[in-house]
Design a protein around this ligand. Structure first.
Ligand code: PLP
Length: 762
């Protein structure tokens, strides 16, 4: 704003008496005491808001150095001796009078833009198309209200050659005031949507109200959709043919048609018009864009949810996304629930891949969004910022990414190889091998798995609490005697491996007067870990047959060396031993139990021993020693971090604890926030381990610290915050495990709890 009005001129414009004295010419205006930046030359309008009277802010404005005020004449104000006050009937009217006066000083064309949607979009479009040929004044942001239009007009200055002013109305009667202020030479009607309808009795009334703006224009431009109104609207206007452009949804063809016609009116030739429309920019406006978790891009516009702004945001999202998935998240507050249908209609016209209304008290399901462009919009009163913050990728955060789709794929692969009718018991012990039992199990349950295995009772309780219901059985492989009550309470099924344990569990059931409780019998067929000896089978059977408290739900054993063909003789012996146990029980009990003996590796090598069920663990995550079948599995676990800091290390300097690494050349290193406390073992120090950055292998230099490593990035063009892959496509789980001298099982279960788990599903 570059005004230059004397106090006398203003007094005349406002037809106001003044109180006090101050001599300063007026260069700009304020009406919000929180936004004051430059007090000198500022005129403060004490507008009365809905909740608080503007005069309350006068004191604050004075404190900030403002000395010129426009105040309602009857307001009770403490006049300061060094300030000057214009006393007016209504401060808003005074502001509008100043705008009207100011606008009249200029003779270049003023174009008014109205329509219930698309005003701001159109204004930004036209600015983009003509600003190299015209000096354009345009409304800041979406200033189009009674106040906004006045402020927009006050932006006009003598060096401009055309002005575009948005006009928006929400009540009958408002447009005339705007028209008198703007006095447009030209008019643009964008589109007629569903916004701001509540206060109008019908569409026609709304349209006629808007039309007031254009009555005295030299020329107005309206989209083809209004063709049928041609004979009923007064004034001079042109109906513009629709125009399609591949970058915009079909709903924009009307507005693009208006743009095209208007550009032609401004004497642009057809080729220029085409080029300019093809290069229309993305409209950032007031939207904030940042990186989210799961490689999402988040467009945050949680400060307002008016329909105009929403359509702009949707266009912007579309442009930003190109081929990526688009997800729209709307935080609707109860107060605004009635707007839902209109919002829904607008959003569906953009055809997003997903669309979520988040009711009050519910949170955004960020964990389900993956590599998408997520637009989050909400009413300001929803206070949605913290919800958005949850989706934000925290820099320097190290994450373990679990690909649930890969797990489902791997399960399906096993199912396709198993003899018909063989079930899968998913081993989700140790928090699903570190992947997070609740999330993994819930996903497995979704894909039809009904049998789960855990090590301890509390892990089973966790599953039940995570929604693994009673239609699924949860076997506890190592139950502690003191957990019998917990097991019974949560309907978990204990694996019984000794006579003491069998006795204790039966006693617990007798106390609770429960009968027919399902148990699993574990036999040791050669591994010499937990389990009854095969010789015990008669005694076990005798006890169970005499105790109505329990029934045999399963009988199982575990192979010691299923993946090793060298020991296949040994494995065969185990399998034969198991076979004789199973047939013994089949013969001597009427309990219809499941028999199972194969783990991941076993079921690839010995599918003929699948019995009723296999117990799948590591291969759910895509890992196997089986070279022929490996290619059919998809890796389910990735481990990422990001660069915290980059430094140059001159030749001869040392890196890290103990000065164990000396730079043999000048080098560049990156500090990555992952350490042995996260499962990146200290044995990976000094080149034993590495990470991958932009696909390039970067060896560890110096010793691995508790929470950090240093890696050599001399041959990588890397920046701070760049992604660091520890396990993924470039550095495979198996290779990482080998570098640590261990196996994927231990790598996975060694991933520290403090790292965030992120679940992706394609
Ligand atoms: C962990 C476990 C499995 C799963 O083994 P994988 O090699 O991971 O498939 C199977 N059975 C028992 C008893 C287990 O403890």
């Amino acid at each position: 704003m570059r005004l230059n009005y004397s106090i006398e001129t203003c007094a005349e414009i406002f037809q106001a008496k003044t109180v006090g004295s101050h001599s300063e010419s007026i260069t700009h205006v304020y009406f919000d005491s929180r936004k004051i930046q430059q007090a000198k030359g500022a005129l403060f309008f004490a507008l009365s808001g809905n909740s608080r009277s503007g005069s309350e802010f006068i004191e604050q404005a004075y404190q900030q150095g403002i000395r010129l005020f426009v105040v309602p004449e009857h307001a009770s104000i403490k006049f300061q001796s060094d300030a000057l006050y214009f006393l007016v009937k209504d401060a808003l009217t005074a502001l509008q009078q100043l705008a009207t006066y100011h606008r009249k000083r200029f003779t270049y064309p003023v174009v008014a833009i109205t329509g219930s949607v698309g005003k701001t979009t159109f204004k930004e479009w036209i600015f983009h198309c003509i600003s190299d040929k015209f000096k354009v004044v345009r409304s800041p942001k979406s200033f189009n209200s009674q106040i906004g239009v006045a402020l927009s007009l006050l932006e006009m200055h003598e060096n401009a050659s055309i002005a575009f002013i948005e006009a928006g109305i929400s009540k009958p009667g408002e447009m005339k005031i705007l028209r008198d202020m703007i006095a447009p030479d030209f008019g643009i009607f964008t589109a007629f949507g569903k916004a701001h309808r509540e206060n109008f009795s019908n569409n026609e009334e709304h349209l006629l109200e808007k039309w007031i703006l254009f009555r005295e224009c030299k020329q107005a431009f309206i989209p083809h959709t209004f063709a049928d109104l041609e004979n009923r609207l007064p004034g001079n206007f042109q109906v513009c043919a629709s125009y399609e452009n591949h970058r915009f949804p079909a709903g924009y063809s009307g507005m693009l048609g208006v743009l095209k016609t208007f550009l032609a009116y401004l004497q642009f030739d057809p080729k220029e018009i085409q080029e300019r429309i093809d290069s229309l920019p993305t409209l950032a406006l007031r939207m904030e864009v940042f990186e989210g978790i799961n490689r999402n891009t988040i467009i945050n516009d949680t400060y307002n949810l008016d329909i105009d702004a929403l359509s702009e945001a949707l266009i912007y999202q579309r442009q930003l996304a190109s081929d990526r998935k688009r997800i729209v998240v709307i935080g609707l507050s109860e107060k605004h629930a009635h707007e839902r249908l209109d919002i829904e209609r607008l959003i569906s016209s953009f055809n997003p891949d997903e669309f979520h209304f988040i009711p009050e008290g519910k949170s955004i399901p960020w964990e389900n969004f993956h590599n998408s462009v997520v637009l989050v919009k909400a009413h300001r009163d929803r206070a949605f910022e913290h919800e958005v913050a949850r989706g934000k990728a925290l820099k320097h955060r190290t994450v373990v990414e679990i690909n649930l789709s890969a797990i489902k794929h791997n399960i399906a692969f096993y199912q396709s190889r198993l003899p018909k009718g063989v079930k899968i018991l998913a081993m989700v012990k140790a928090s699903s091998y570190g992947a997070g039992a609740d999330k993994v199990a819930a996903s497995l349950q979704q894909s039809g798995i009904r049998n789960f295995g855990v090590a301890f009772a509390d892990e089973g309780v966790e599953l039940r609490k995570a929604g693994i219901g009673l239609s699924s059985s949860v076997v506890v492989m190592n139950p502690d005697p003191e957990h019998s009550d917990l097991i019974i309470e949560y309907r978990l099924e204990p694996a019984i491996y000794s006579f003491e344990q069998l006795d204790e569990f039966i006693t617990a059931l007798i106390h609770k007067q429960i009968s027919n409780y399902p148990i699993h019998l574990k036999f040791d067929t050669g591994m010499h870990r937990l389990g009854f000896s095969p010789k015990d089978k008669e005694r076990v059977l005798a006890i169970i047959n005499s105790q109505p408290e329990v029934k045999i739900e399963g009988i199982y054993s575990h192979l010691a060396d299923a993946d090793n063909p060298v020991h296949s003789e040994f494995t065969k012996k185990q399998l034969e031993a198991f076979e004789s146990i199973v047939s013994y029980f089949r013969e001597h009990t009427s309990d219809s139990f499941s028999a199972h003996v194969l783990n991941s590796e076993g079921s690839l090598r010995y599918p003929e021993y699948s019995y009723d069920m296999i117990r799948l663990g590591i291969s759910m995550y895509g890992y196997t020693e089986n070279k022929e079948l490996k290619a059919f599995l998809q890796p389910g676990v990735s481990w990422y971090s990001s660069i915290s800091q980059i430094k140059s290390v001159p030749k001869g300097d040392f890196i890290g604890y103990g000065c164990t690494y000396e730079a043999t050349e000048d080098m560049t290193i990156a500090i990555v926030p992952v350490g042995y406390a996260d499962g990146f073992r200290r044995s990976l120090s000094n080149g034993a381990g590495s990470v991958s950055i932009h696909g390039i292998k970067c060896p560890v230099v110096g010793r691995v610290c508790m929470d950090m490593i240093m890696v050599d990035i001399s041959s990588v063009d890397a920046k701070i915050n760049d992604l660091v892959e520890i396990i993924g496509l470039n550095q495979k789980m198996e290779d990482f495990a080998k570098a640590m001298g261990t196996i994927p099982y231990e790598v996975m279960t060694g991933l520290s709890r403090r790292m965030h788990r992120v679940y992706v599903e394609e």
